[in-house]
Design a protein around this ligand. Sequence first.
Ligand SMILES: Nc1nc2c(c(=O)[nH]1)N[C@H]1C(S)=C(S)[C@@H](COP(=O)(O)OP(=O)(O)OC[C@H]3O[C@@H](n4cnc5c(=O)[nH]c(N)nc54)[C@H](O)[C@@H]3O)O[C@H]1N2
Ligand SMILES: Nc1nc2c(c(=O)[nH]1)N[C@H]1C(S)=C(S)[C@@H](COP(=O)(O)OP(=O)(O)OC[C@H]3O[C@@H](n4cnc5c(=O)[nH]c(N)nc54)[C@H](O)[C@@H]3O)O[C@H]1N2
Ligand SMILES: [Mo]
Length: 691
Amino acid sequence: MSATADRTVRAACPHDCPDSCAMEIGVVDGRAVKIRGAADMPFTNGALCTKVAHYLERVYSPQRLLHPMKRIGRKGEGRFERISWDEALDTIAARFRSIAAEDPRAILPYSYAGTMGLVHSSGMDRRFFHRLGASLLDRTICASAGAYGWKATIGASMGADPEAVADARLILIWGANPVVSNLHGWRHLQEAKRRGARLVCIDPWRTRTAEKCDLHIAPLPGSDGALALAMMQVLIAEDLLDHDYIARHTLGFAELAEHVRSCTPEWAAAFTGLPADTIRQLARDYGAAAQDSLIRLNYGLNRHAGGGMAVRNVACLPALTGAWRKAGCGALLSTSGNFPVDQHALERPDLYPDAQRFPPRSVNMSRIGHALLSADDPPIRALYVYNANPLAVAPDGNKVRAGFAREDLFCVVHELFQTDTADYADILLPATSQLEQYDVHTAYGHLYALANQPAIAPLGEALPNSEVFRRLAQRLGFTEAALHESDEAIAAAAFRTDDPRAHGLAPGLAERGWARLNLPRPFVPFAQGGFRTPSGKCEFHSAQLAAQGLPALPSWHPPRESAATNPTLAEHYPLALISPPARNFLNTSFANLPRFLAAEGSPKLEIHPQDAAARGLSDGAAVRIHNARGAFHARAVLTERVRRGVVVSPSVWWRKLSGDGENANAVTSDELTDFGGGACFYDCLVEVSPA
Ligand SMILES: Nc1nc2c(c(=O)[nH]1)N[C@H]1C(S)=C(S)[C@@H](COP(=O)(O)OP(=O)(O)OC[C@H]3O[C@@H](n4cnc5c(=O)[nH]c(N)nc54)[C@H](O)[C@@H]3O)O[C@H]1N2
Ligand SMILES: Nc1nc2c(c(=O)[nH]1)N[C@H]1C(S)=C(S)[C@@H](COP(=O)(O)OP(=O)(O)OC[C@H]3O[C@@H](n4cnc5c(=O)[nH]c(N)nc54)[C@H](O)[C@@H]3O)O[C@H]1N2
Ligand SMILES: [Mo]
């Protein structure tokens, strides 16, 4: 580190990103002065992304919340007055105690991945709410549909080794934008390209990633399920198959072949908006690459009504060609299932007090507006938000705002910043940043665990999540030892030490802050089958899905909102809106800091010049994007990066920093996906008008 640093601290990037970087923090006189990617950690490779390279601006931002506060204005107004931690915690404990006396399920925790650390996102917090008997939160806002579709087919969140992909010869980057949202994974994909691999990007939007690929195929949003079915049809009809792999390691091939017989490229053309020849050629190229192909999926294609099935259909492809046989080939969505996390030890669901009297209840986080406004029994009377900014990120934002505005709702928000959600808090608590807390991390885009040592003392009166729950547990008289363990003790129990994959993790984490799972290198998980499904095979036919009343075979589940599948709606709202990650924001994190706001400028809407002309819109014009659920404003960017009929608004903006108090979630729907109860952010028809 720099010559002036007193010491260098090993840290881990806490953010919700596949790359989970190892970091080194240089500290002088108790102040962090330097941050860089760990040079010795192979996946991080000494580099950080454009956001986290400037993480110290976030840590030391003058916008940081530094002491507890209570609301003095109206809900949403954002006016607060400083109080002591004692007053804040006494107030929360008193409210929780009185509500819990009637029915603890009227209390709801709301959290997602502000930090991905196990201690501060699925440790003491979960223990506390389990012990309280609060409603459970179904954490569906990002990946649950795709994860479910993958799991039904492959059995666990496992796939190709991200560090071995340079050996693939054909790479389909499908519903993913690694240049923006998986930068360190992109390095390996680029290496494949340098070695002669052909890269094909499948994305309705011509992203930075698409620009760098050899071919960009732009299907209509939500049509991937049909595209993958048609690819299967061609592979089977033209016998571009690995019969040996299919016979040994798959289940239901005969039914699949029969089932997809009519799913020709001509059939899929109508849904995907792609020429049948393009689809047929893609399938032939994929078949010709045989075992040397990789599909790098991310979650873009899972944010649609049929998102679970779309991922399932794509996940079937490598078993047909036998691509799972080769290192770095097959497919990759998430690596998270490789980590032997001891969820029970971390979360302690057994602490739930009285399941007889109060049968556990789950609330789906993707429908938080609905949940707060409905007359469910019991209604939600108190909400504790941490690691999340639902006012800005949850779908159907007007409903969400109406729910949070309920005068009778007691709302606690624990945050680093006064977010849109914080404005609705009754009690607003200051949270520590990653540099001020201890944690351990898994990853979903590589195979290394990470440890994060605190580099500096907490700023102001900020406290980590775990400490607030320990103090609340104390006040509520919860005496169980699990509610008073240190962060280090929680972390020490995070991995199942009896699992061979965890062998050697602890010393590696302690010595240098990262350690690869004890897996072969390269890790080729399904070379000899061994899928984690009930049959141990890649399940083209899933009895599990059938038992739940879902289609057993890969099927076409159309978008809820599209011109082809909902023409009546499309008469009023003809344009399909997607609102994927902006390069300089991380969900809404970083989206309040001057550097990143300056880089993004203002909310934008990319629209095809012909769609713009039809509406009298010129480049740079202020536009109103609207449907029956709501409206938001942006500047029009006329570009052929989007095809006709599709518009793109890079996200997620803070509502109060966007100019009109709204963002793209003003128009998104809180209907759920086919599998896993996921959010349908990109299944959204709108109209665009001059503002
Ligand atoms: N810079 C940055 N990085 C991030 C994030 C961020 O906000 N900013 N967010 C993090 C998080 S939480 C996540 S979950 C990941 C997300 O990372 P990704 O999964 O890569 O991002 P997505 O929003 O899911 O969208 C990926 C691509 O899918 C495309 N897409 C949208 N609809 C469809 C469709 O129907 N079919 C196909 N084929 N493509 C479609 C979008 O245009 C987009 O380019 O990234 C993480 N990394
Ligand atoms: N329109 C649209 N909406 C989307 C998406 C999209 O692509 N388009 N993407 C969706 C996706 S993939 C996701 S994952 C969600 C993300 O939604 P969220 O997980 O809510 O992500 P953020 O908006 O980054 O908010 C996280 C908050 O946690 C806070 N935080 C960070 N660390 C800590 C900590 O240690 N303690 C506490 N108490 N707080 C902390 C941060 O300051 C930040 O305000 O958004 C979804 N919403
Ligand atoms: Mo996400």
